[in-house]
Design a protein. Structure first.
Lengths: 387, 390
């Protein structure tokens, strides 16, 4: 019964405090929209490139025409020499230079290997990837034709096709068919927002209690007697609120911004409830350090990015050093982001994310005990003072 | 003039006094940025992720297909982890997060290839893991291409083409890539040069708004205003100079660590990139004062700073290019110190372009530094009439 009272108490305090409402209601609703909006164009198309064509031959022009026709790059200027092209790079009118050698066509007709140079401004990997993949695709296509027309001399159209690609291949980008940025950035961000806003909200309400109750984290009420009840009561409040946020993220955001949606609803619910509980418990443990309500922003906000990198989504998990990997197991986000990504984006079932669920289960136990111990200590301290 | 300096100095001393009572301040200003510096450079220590787990489904299992699999296993980015017996097993492994990609060779591939019936092999990447997916894709594509070329090579040998001519026939046009100034595609150079300063600017914005708002929270704003001789400029300047010194020190430390210790590419003098960094530090502070001046409450001021500070890491456009974002973010980027830092870094440190091309960013940063002038009157009003609201 006390749990319900504590739950109601928390509800009352939070909804009378604009600052906390900002973090536990408005932030989880607004941030996903802002982020999804930033990344919805999904892909970079038509990276501007400059061209220096020293060959000026039919073949070099064919090569450039095909390059210009790729979705990835767009030729914005034809320069007479490299110095001129480089000045385009400096002015950022173009991000890459394609250089075709003077004996490009000569070499090809003589049956020698020839090369096309790509000089890329490395300010963004995206530009480099676009330019490199466009050129490599064009060269593969042209190589096939040259090889067949010049050397293999097929007799029929069908034979020519077979000679061009004796073994065909097909590439399928699973779970993110358009190769978009949003589809891999947003889902983990959604779960990160849940964790961080919970930390902020719980930290802030803790700071508020300290400020209002003269340094004590527990209100002077008769039913705040048992630490287990306090922890559960508070968690109940945040759990109910955040399930709404989570469902909002899983359904509304995913739908509105057309992110990959392969997950089953119940798999998601089964995952997200423990995840929220886990975040709540850790939030209570961490808020032990919060003495003033605004302090939590200083500590928690900047942590989001290191935590995001730690979980092995944008930076592959196999490349993360051992030490950091074990360190990352402290935080719910490591498991939560991976599990959510695979459930919602890749259609994994709850048993496919069993490793992550075990991690979350262990964390729940550990942080529950820690949170209870902290509150027990606080209650004792308070009783001591009162006496 | 002398009086002004004395006032600023005295307010600064008062600020240091506040600092000494709160160890958390030191954590936020010094330990947090340095932690980020070490953490991010450690996590990307190897530069580019190599040997990422990949699977293969070889339904054909002949000596030809096995040699294709061997080619794949020898690729730089691929760590051939597992052979799966069918497609759905491989897909399951992908959903479990064990592999990032897999290669599929259907039954009768060899037979079809030898009888010119154009078999089709395929490969799949989990592009929810973007970096891993796209790096592995390159390897898988090369392998597939090579598989076909091996057949052509056999045909050509049968026709009596000498092996010295072989490469010119198989691959007449090659692409020579020159990633300028980052030849090894080092991700640490690419990301950390922006991520670490970005987090520093975020911390600066938050902390600047926090320390100013703290006066209202403690109810000491009137006392401060009196000390400053009823001038909000002096009050703010006095409050901020001690932390500014610390920020500058950390910015210099970051640059020295990057360019001297880790030897990231640097094509201008170290002083120049340090100056760019310091200018951005001041701009971040100015922006924080500006935000606080607009909202006049600690809570909203800090919220605005954290929203902007976090968002500018995305909007600076070093991962997903700004040129592909919606126009509203392209305008927003003009007031983002991190965006300008990124432009200056690319222009100067990375590429060593002429300084002429950097002036739009420098001017923009100087204008951002002047933004607080527009809200001084509001601050003065707040010092006199506004009380802390939780």
């Amino acid at each position: 019964m006390n749990i319900i009272k504590i739950w109601y108490d928390e509800l009352q305090t939070v909804f009378h405090d604009v600052g906390i409402i900002l973090f536990v209601v408005i932030l989880p609703l607004a941030y996903p929209i802002i982020y999804a909006y930033v990344y919805t164009p999904e892909v970079q198309r038509d990276v501007p490139v400059a061209v220096v064509d020293d060959s000026k031959s039919a073949l070099s022009r064919e090569f450039l025409r095909k390059t210009d026709a790729t979705p990835e790059v767009k030729i914005v200027s034809y320069c007479t020499n490299m110095t001129e092209a480089y000045s385009r790079l400096e002015r950022q009118d173009a991000y890459a230079i394609i250089h075709i050698d003077r004996d490009f066509a000569n070499n090809l007709s003589k049956g020698k290997q020839t090369s096309v140079g790509l000089y890329c401004n490395m300010m963004s990997m995206v530009y480099y990837k676009c330019a490199a993949s466009a050129l490599s695709n064009v060269s593969i296509a042209m190589n096939r034709k040259i090889k067949v027309d010049k050397y293999l001399k097929p007799k029929t159209e069908r034979e020519s096709q077979i000679m061009q690609t004796p073994i065909d291949y097909k590439y399928t980008s699973l779970y993110n068919p358009q190769g978009g940025y949003a589809a891999f950035m947003i889902p983990p961000i959604l779960m990160m927002i849940i964790q961080q806003s919970l930390f902020l909200g719980i930290g802030m309400s803790m700071g508020r209690n300290r400020e209002q109750n003269g340094g004590f984290v527990i209100p002077l009420s008769p039913y705040y007697k048992k630490s287990v009840e306090i922890v559960l009561g508070k968690t109940l409040f945040y759990l109910l609120l955040y399930i709404i946020h989570a469902i909002y993220a899983f359904i509304v955001i995913t739908k509105v911004f057309t992110l990959p949606q392969l997950g089953h609803y119940w798999d998601f619910i089964l995952f997200v409830i423990p995840y929220i509980i886990d975040c709540c418990f850790l939030g209570m443990v961490l808020s032990y350090m919060i003495f003033r309500r605004e302090d939590c922003m200083l500590i928690f906000v900047f942590m989001s990015l290191p935590l995001y990198f730690m979980c092995g989504l944008s930076w592959p998990g196999s490349a993360i050093p051992e030490g950091i990997r074990y360190f990352s197991y402290i935080f719910p986000s490591t498991f939560g982001l991976n599990a959510y990504m695979r459930i919602s984006g890749m259609g994994a079932s709850i048993s496919d994310v069993s490793f992550e669920m075990k991690g979350i289960a262990i964390q729940i136990c550990v942080y529950f005990i820690l949170a209870c111990l902290i509150y027990t200590r606080k209650i004792r301290k308070m009783l001591h003072k009162e006496v | 003039m002398k009086e002004v300096i004395i006032r600023i100095f005295k307010i600064g001393l008062r600020e240091i006094e506040i600092f000494s009572h709160r160890p958390m301040y030191l954590f936020v200003i010094i330990i947090a940025p340095l932690f980020c510096l070490i953490y991010f450079t450690q996590i990307m220590k190897r530069g580019i992720p190599t040997k990422m787990p990949c699977g293969v489904v070889d339904m054909d299992n002949t000596s030809t297909t096995r040699s294709i699999v061997r080619i794949l296993g020898a690729m730089q980015n691929t760590d051939l982890k597992e052979h799966y017996s069918n497609f759905s097993e491989a897909r399951k492994a992908m959903q479990k997060g064990e592999i990032y990609a897999f290669f599929y060779i259907p039954k009768n591939t060899t037979e079809k290839a030898l009888s010119s019936r154009k078999p089709e092999i395929s490969f799949y990447t989990a592009d929810t893991y973007y970096a891993a997916g796209s790096l592995l894709m390159k390897d898988l594509q090369t392998t597939s291409e090579l598989a076909g070329l091996a057949i052509t090579r056999a045909t050509l040998t049968a026709k009596g083409v000498p092996s010295s001519m072989m490469m010119a026939i198989l691959q007449p046009i090659t692409i020579e890539t020159h990633p300028l100034n980052n030849p090894t595609l080092n991700y640490s150079v690419y990301l950390n040069n922006i991520v670490v300063p970005g987090l520093l600017f975020l911390i600066i914005m938050l902390f600047t708004a926090y320390t100013i708002g703290y006066e209202w929270k403690m109810g000491t704003q009137k006392e401060l205003f009196k000390m400053a001789g009823e001038s909000s400029t002096i009050a703010i300047a006095g409050k901020l100079w001690p932390q500014t010194l610390l920020y500058c020190l950390i910015m210099v430390l970051i640059d020295v660590y990057f360019y001297k210790y880790l030897e990231f590419p640097l094509n201008v003098s170290l002083i120049r990139i340090i100056c760019a960094g310091l200018l951005c530090v001041f701009a971040s502070q100015a922006l924080a004062v500006f935000f606080f001046g607009i909202f006049l409450t600690l809570r909203m001021g800090m919220s605005a700073c954290s929203l902007f500070g976090v968002l500018q890491i995305s909007v600076s456009g070093f991962t997903f290019p700004l040129t592909a974002m919606k126009p509203i973010f392209q305008y927003l980027a003009w007031v983002s110190p991190l965006r300008h830092y990124y432009m200056l870094y690319v222009n100067q440190a990375l590429n060593g372009f002429k300084l002429v091309y950097a002036w739009p960013s420098i001017v923009a940063l100087l204008i951002i530094c002047l933004l607080p002038l527009t809200i001084l009157f509001r601050l003065a009003h707040a010092f006199k009439n506004v009380d802390y609201k939780p």
